[in-house]
Design a binder for this molecule. Sequence first.
Ligand SMILES: CC(C)(COP(=O)(O)OP(=O)(O)OC[C@H]1O[C@@H](n2cnc3c(N)ncnc32)[C@H](O)[C@@H]1OP(=O)(O)O)[C@@H](O)C(=O)NCCC(=O)NCCS
Length: 330
Amino acid sequence: MSVTHTRIIATGSYMPEKILTNDDLSKIVDTSDEWITTRTGIQERRIAAEGQATSDLASNAALRALEAAGMKADELDLIIVATVTPDMFFPSTACVVQKKIGATNAVCFDISAACSGFLYALQVARQFIGSGTRKNALVIGAEKLTSLVNWKDRNTCVLFGDGAGAAILKGVNESSTSRMLGSVMGSDGTLADLLKVPGGGSALPITQENAASRPNTIHMEGRETFKHAVTRMCQAAEQALAQSGYTANDVALVIPHQANARIITAIADRLGLPEEKMFMNVQRYGNTSAATIPVALDEAARAGRLKEGDVILLVAFGGGFTWASTVMIW
Ligand SMILES: CC(C)(COP(=O)(O)OP(=O)(O)OC[C@H]1O[C@@H](n2cnc3c(N)ncnc32)[C@H](O)[C@@H]1OP(=O)(O)O)[C@@H](O)C(=O)NCCC(=O)NCCS
């Protein structure tokens, strides 16, 4: 079979059982359910169990995707994990997942692009498959973001949660209508300071002196980030649609990065789409960074909201800044 296109053949996701509600948070920091719900749409988020690492969340999501695909782990050619909360600096979380699921024949590495990570990873996998170098790929977005949260900072701790989603990609030939189409990626490192975890790496190692100021937690200029997120996601979505020969009217469902319900509403407004075409689960999980899109994709697929032949638009924005959008025919 001559491979010219790439499609997603199956998805899977895993969310930890433990729920942290807005009311729970209001006992930890000076906040309220009313403030969090009105400003973000978030009602609760999931917290990884004691001892559960990002690779555990990722492996559970991967096994569900493999089951949906009817594939065995040793059939996988490539595993890419998008994460900003790797188990450790190295080995890559993808290598740890490989071991945990028994994907003995896969090449494995991680991608760091914050909340855009899954869409970046999707594009990288697509290049491997399109070039014929690999026949299939497991792409995972997985985060234990609560490991980077400062529970004393109400500006950020209410926003994030843990979870993982996975997709299995395969090469297909011209006869397949289901395929990935236009894709846009962008980055602007000059705005890196607006959203970052400044410490814990080589630039600012954690020391006894600086540990108390928690540099190894998420720092964000919320209002500025919000503006860039809306602008970049709308631009990326429009560009990916134009590349694919479609307009927003053709889209059956948008799966946007889930950071804030107001961001999703703003994108719907600018693209001229009704809200029922915007998939939203931020109310249940908060922002799980690279995991939001694959988790949403899996929930939409399992709920029967993705029908064969549908035009699906994925769009993300995150730290870096980074952004990306992909159009696919389901
Ligand atoms: C973070 C965010 C929800 C804040 O909403 P906002 O409407 O911009 O609110 P502001 O930051 O302007 O803060 C408004 C006030 O609420 C306060 N506040 C912040 N967090 C609060 C909380 N959890 N509970 C109660 N009050 C809070 C602030 O201290 C501020 O008070 P002040 O006016 O007395 O200074 C919003 O900016 C956002 O979602 N930004 C983008 C986040 C994002 O997308 N990040 C990831 C990108 S991938």
